[in-house]
Design a protein around this ligand. Structure first.
Ligand code: HEM
Length: 485
């Protein structure tokens, strides 16, 4: 009851602030040729319509309806959670935003995200962000990461499957893969091995995740409040791990290439400045977040799709068995094996086209921007949409048909397929997730076939694409296969 009253009170205060803000904005923009569109309701703007489209499993509906209503296929204006937003549509919009990072636009995330993550890669801009990306990429990028960590991923994946899948008749894919992805990230970023420690962090992490897409109301009882406290508890845990590692590095008991944590502790910028413990903890929090939910969603949707397309499952199994058969008993996956998984990767790409795990992201206008004959004022937010580009007949012929061959040869036209974004803010974990998803699929497909317990289970975007019931399945183990443990 108290929570309800405080929420209502907060809405009233926000409403008053919003109207003052709106009158200032409309005063200053009244002579500007703004894109067509509507700001919707006070403060919440058109947020509910955007959320509803996601809950109904069709996030692109929000954009389609507005393109149709306002008659502008390239850009429209809206208001989301108190911010004026210009939505740039299709490949032209993606190209514009990805190509103008740090010139006309800069990365921007909604308030709850900024408050929860603190100072880290996604909340800083300019040269500082460039250095941080470069530093993180020298661990996570294709050269360093993929070539060194295929075997480690395979070890963690095999152990996970033995513990959580083997001997089970039924499994909830989303819940179980989430445990896997978190464990893998803890292992590769922090060298954490103790299952109890990982489980403790995992519990805190799940509370933390619930506040990321909430109103940032910091009052006991709200999800945001619990999330902020969980983030603080995770930071305290991480700081203990960071301090211990610092000592190990000083005493020569750990190496600078051991994992992401050692890499961060040992990297300095051109002025010899190192990250503070808080900055390291914030970036690890970010990477644990960015790196485990996205991959969980991708693996879950691929497993759903493979069960719905048995002939595709058979082709994937054939490719993976060829890799297994060429190996000694118990031999782990190598980088070269991952490179051979070409068909499997086209299948993953096609599932990510149909249901992009991340539907889009924001930027902020650094100056007044002229776009498609309209002016987008400085300070406005801009949004690009992966689901819109992926599900447009203009970009993909027979758009609803599942067809992995779209990703053979040169693949889709530039800026039409953007599950990882693009430009200087493109996903840092693209290589990590490719390796993770492929190592998992290799092990699961060569171990089991499966049936969906809820056929046609609805996909909801909240905000990431997730089957409404987490995808419960029934498992049918294969006979032991040569080359596996
Ligand atoms: C299938 C899995 C994944 C998908 C679909 C995905 C998607 C994305 C997208 C669309 C963006 C760009 C957001 C923007 O334009 O602002 C992004 C950014 C980012 N991703 Fe991923 N991601 C995935 C996995 C990962 C993993 C495994 C990691 C970490 C190991 C990661 C770390 C990041 C980081 C740190 C950023 C922010 C980059 C920056 O702002 O400079 N992602 N991701």
């Amino acid at each position: 009851m108290i929570q309800l009253l405080t929420t209502i009170l907060l809405f009233i205060i926000l409403y008053i602030f919003y109207n003052v803000y709106r009158s200032q904005i409309s005063g200053s923009t009244s002579k500007i040729n703004l894109p067509p569109g509507s700001f919707g309701w006070p403060f919440i703007g058109e947020s509910l319509a955007l959320l509803r489209a996601g809950w109904d499993g069709v996030p692109e509906r929000f954009v389609h309806e507005r393109i149709e209503k306002h008659g502008s296929p390239l850009v429209f204006k809206t208001s989301l959670l108190g911010d004026h937003v210009a939505v740039l549509c299709g490949p032209a919009g993606n190209k514009f935003l990805f190509g103008n990072e740090n010139k006309l636009v800069a990365a921007w995330w909604p308030l709850p995200v900024r408050k929860l993550f603190g100072r880290c890669l996604i909340t800083i801009r300019g040269d500082e962000a460039k250095w941080m990306r470069k530093m993180l990429l020298s661990y996570l990028g294709p050269d360093a990461f993929a070539s060194h960590y295929a075997a480690t991923m395979d070890v963690v994946t095999r152990r996970h499957i033995e513990l959580h899948w083997r001997g089970m008749e039924e499994v909830n894919v989303y819940q179980t893969v989430k445990v896997y992805a978190f464990e893998l990230a803890c292992r590769l970023f922090l060298s954490l091995e103790d299952p109890n420690h990982i489980a403790k962090l995992g519990l805190l992490f799940n509370i933390f995740l619930k506040g990321i897409v909430e109103l940032p109301i910091d009052i006991p009882g709200t999800r945001f409040y619990s999330s902020k406290r969980a983030a603080a508890a995770i930071r305290t845990e991480l700081t203990t791990v960071i301090k211990a590692r610092r000592v190990e590095l000083e005493e020569g008991k750990a190496s600078s290439s051991q994992d992401l944590l050692s890499h961060m502790l040992s990297s300095s910028d051109e002025n010899g400045k190192y990250l503070t413990e808080m900055e390291i903890a914030n970036n690890i929090l970010l990477l644990l977040f960015a790196g485990h939910d996205t991959s969980t969603v991708t693996i879950t949707l691929v497993m759903k799709g493979l069960s719905e397309h048995p002939s595709v499952y058979d082709k994937v199994l054939k490719e993976q068995l060829e890799i297994s058969k060429a190996k000694e008993v118990g031999e782990l996956l190598k980088w070269e094996d991952i490179q051979k998984m070409r068909y499997t990767w086209t299948v993953v790409c096609e599932f990510m086209r149909q249901n992009p795990p991340v539907t889009g992201a924001f930027r902020e206008a650094l100056v007044d921007i002229e776009y498609a004959g309209y002016t987008i004022p400085k300070g406005w937010k801009l949004y690009w949409s992966a689901s819109l580009a992926h599900k447009d007949e203009a970009n993909f012929e027979d758009v609803t048909r599942f067809d992995p061959s779209r990703f053979e040869g040169a693949g889709p036209a530039p800026f039409t397929y953007v599950p990882f974004g693009g430009g200087p803010r493109m996903c840092l974990g693209k290589e990590f997730s490719r390796l993770e998803v492929l190592a998992f699929l290799h092990n699961i497909v060569t171990s089991f076939r499966w049936d969906l317990l809820i056929p046609d289970e609805k996909i909801e975007y909240d905000p990431m694409a997730t089957p409404a019931n987490g995808l419960p399945i029934r498992l049918y183990p294969h006979k032991p296969i040569y080359g596996k443990l």
